[in-house]
Design a binder for this molecule. Structure first.
Ligand code: MN3
Length: 249
């Protein structure tokens, strides 16, 4: 696919997102400079020419797959309403502001250049694609191998890691996210407000995301009401540690 075809395709995808609501593409993570039907390839540092394309990745399991820890109704609303809206709105911002970026990482690395709408909805689109993948109907799987080793090396034990991550989740006032990141080869725990993430230039907490927990009330209120602590406690049962291992590389 040449550049012209790619731009044309990107534009169609963007317009599709505007008029048709959520666009579900079989792309692993939104935009790539390659486009094309032959599959996306990671290609860092390509020129920031193409319009940004963010899409809603397919949910990797059924709405009820994470029951009883996360209920089907919450999952359905979260995916079809909240996440879909972030994707629709970021593509609106792309059209309005003429946002270009070689890929998601490049976009977030210069998110401060764009509007609050672009920041909040771009973060919302990406964070949820990430969040769905780091959960699985694992029935209480535990980290092992290199993930467990890294957790032990950074935090002392799995119990201490969970306590610190839970604390970060609970201390995030209002809406936001708790994160486990790789920061220069070391694991760190932190949180971000709203839909910010650790890839953003404007974020106080930075690193390569390995695990994330959505602590917006929309993620848990139907089942847990004000008991965020119970939600966090239940969520450990559905963490996809294999995905965390993959992200660690
Ligand atoms: Mn959410």
């Amino acid at each position: 696919m040449d550049r012209k075809q790619f731009l044309s395709r990107s534009l169609k995808v963007g317009i599709g997102a505007l008029v048709a609501g959520p666009v579900i593409l079989n792309a692993s993570s939104c935009n790539t400079a390659e486009g094309g039907d032959g599959g996306a390839s990671d290609k860092p540092d390509t020129p920031s020419g193409p319009p940004l394309v963010m899409a809603q990745d397919p949910l990797p399991y059924a709405y009820d797959a994470l029951e009883p820890h996360i209920d089907a109704r919450t999952m359905e609303i979260h995916y079809t309403k909240h996440h879909a809206a972030y994707v629709k709105n970021v593509m609106e911002a792309v059209a309005e502001e003429g946002i270009t970026a070689a890929d998601d990482a490049a976009y977030f690395a210069s998110i401060g250049k764009w509007s609050t709408k672009a920041r909040n909805n771009g973060g919302g689109a990406w964070n949820h694609n990430f969040f769905w993948k780091v959960m699985v109907a694992a029935k209480g799987a535990k980290p092992e191998g290199k993930v467990l080793d890294a957790i032990n090396a950074s935090f002392g034990s799995m119990e201490k890691f969970q306590a610190l991550f839970t604390e970060a989740s609970m201390k995030r006032f209002g809406s936001g996210w708790a994160w486990l990141v790789d920061k220069d080869g070391k694991l760190e725990i932190g949180s971000t407000p709203n839909q910010d993430n650790p890839l953003m230039d404007v974020s106080d907490f930075k690193g390569k995301p390995l695990l994330a927990l959505d602590v917006w009330e929309h993620a848990y209120y139907l089942k847990y009401q004000n008991k965020r602590n119970d939600y966090v406690g239940a969520w450990w049962n559905v963490v996809n540690w294999e995905e965390v291992a993959k992200r660690m590389g």
